[in-house]
Write a protein that binds this ligand. Structure first.
Ligand code: XLS
Ligand code: CA
Ligand code: CA
Length: 438
């Protein structure tokens, strides 16, 4: 029984900041009321299948270091069932409400589409029973359109339409299974939708292919009545040199070009923001400002190197900034925080995976508690509102209403001999305000 792998670990409970138990939550108290609803409903935490139960601890220089018993049978249905048992035993002990998976994480891909679909449906049946038994829900499903060699030149953006068709087969099967399992989102991450060199690449065609693919996914979602949200996950590079879904603003432009802006939202990943040269907070703020925020993959990169290290988050200040924005924008609807984060390769014991998730959930909880203080106190929001108050009245309102031409406005400014007085942006004061609450 692979579920026995975690036998030495007790169920993880909230014990409060004073505890010295490394297998307890200090801040994540799922039932604590924060701004009118339970903490768990704000954070909607998910454990991801791929890093936690599939990745063996390998890197480009060496093989796996984790001796997980469910890895012994290779890519077979028996191994997939053993992995399922181990994953749900982990979920039961951690007590987080959601999980996420790729098709290939949970079932063998097989040689043909029919084989893959059959295996996925077989596992989905067992997964449905495990979900009913444990109460763990599906935050999102996704199809892996980047690992198999057939996708080396992309899936939807491949020069070969047969690869596009194969990808359509995988996405249909995974979207339908996500729907059957009551998943609340479906994610599309285009890891190989990009290029290695422009010498062999037709940018215009590839964008049109990707636009058509996304439209087909949306059409199918409506056809089967999937009520969840379709999400695109931006990332600027890795594995390809350049990825089309570069960052939130780039995906926004793509959605507008293909008329999909009302249909698809964003899954913002912290580490991908870093790779794109943005703060995580910037990507969240952009998504909120454009009504595109769907969900978050929560993790962190490493400031000393430039790749996707997918470490567990440990920055309370960042969590506070991000949660203040998300909560003040009304919070997640179908979204949540998915730990797209992996252990370090030397963290080989069963408890290491618990320490990682406990730490990450406590960081989010601390961010949420600080956000509650910031929002309740209201000084930050008031400062910003005051800063822009001129746009809600008189001249500001008239400009935005569109009734004034450039020349009329210029004449007014000249006639009144305007000499606008500079006002402090108060950055240090605002930074202090934030850090007082962290
Ligand atoms: C890889 C991505 C991937 C997506 C799901 O960098 O984060 O894991 O979240 O395909
Ligand atoms: Ca991700
Ligand atoms: Ca990542």
């Amino acid at each position: 029984m692979t579920a026995a792998y975690w036998d030495a670990i007790p169920p993880i409970r909230f014990e409060g900041p004073g505890t010295d138990n490394p297998l307890a939550f200090r801040f994540y108290d799922k039932d604590r009321t924060v701004l009118g609803k339970p903490m768990a409903d704000h954070l909607r935490v998910a454990v991801c299948y791929w890093h936690s139960f599939c990745w063996p601890g390998s890197d480009v220089f060496g093989p796996g270091t984790f001796a997980r018993p469910w890895h012994q049978d290779g890519d077979t249905l028996a191994a997939a069932e053993a992995k399922l048992a181990a994953a749900f035993a982990f979920f039961e002990k951690l007590g987080q409400p959601f999980f996420c998976f790729h098709d290939v994480d949970v079932a063998p891909l097989g040689e043909t589409l029919a084989e893959g679909r059959h295996a996925l449906e077989h596992i989905a049946e067992r997964m449905q029973a495990a979900m009913a038994r444990t109460g763990t829900k599906l935050l999102w499903g996704t199809a892996n359109l980047f690992s198999h060699p057939r996708y080396m030149a992309g899936a939807a953006t491949n020069p070969d339409p047969d690869v596009f068709a194969f990808a359509a087969g995988q996405v249909r099967a995974t979207l339908e299974v996500t729907h059957r399992l009551g998943g609340v989102n479906y994610v599309l991450w285009g890891g190989r939708e990009g290029y290695e060199t422009l010498l062999n690449t037709d940018l215009r065609r590839e964008a049109d292919q990707l636009g058509r693919f996304m439209a087909m996914v949306v059409e199918h979602k409506h056809k089967i009545g999937f009520p969840g949200t379709i999400l695109i996950e931006p990332k600027p590079c890795e594995p390809t040199k350049h990825q089309y879904d570069h960052d939130a603003a780039t995906v926004h432009a793509f959605l507008l070009k293909y008329g999909l802006e009302k249909e698809i939202r964003l899954n913002i990943e912290a580490n991908h923001a870093t790779l794109a040269g943005h703060a995580f907070e910037h990507e969240i703020a952009y998504a909120i400002a454009n009504d595109l925020l769907g969900c978050c993959d929560i993790n962190r990169g490493d400031p000393q190197n430039g790749w996707d290290t997918d470490q567990f988050p440990n920055d309370v200040a960042e969590a506070t900034a991000v949660l203040t924005r998300i909560v003040s924008a009304g919070g997640f609807t179908t979204g949540g925080f998915n730990f797209d984060a992996k252990l370090r390769r030397q963290s080989i014991d069963p408890e290491d995976l618990f320490h990682a998730h406990i730490g990450g959930m406590d960081i989010l909880a601390r961010g949420l508690i600080a956000a509650e203080r910031i929002l309740t106190e209201g000084r930050l929001a008031r400062f910003v509102a005051d800063r822009y108050a001129g746009w809600d009245q008189g001249r500001g309102r008239a400009i935005l209403a569109g009734g004034l031409s450039l020349a009329q406005l210029a004449d007014e400014a000249m006639a009144e001999n305007l000499k606008p007085a500079p006002r402090s942006g108060r950055q240090e004061y605002l930074e202090n305000l934030l850090s007082h609450h962290v």
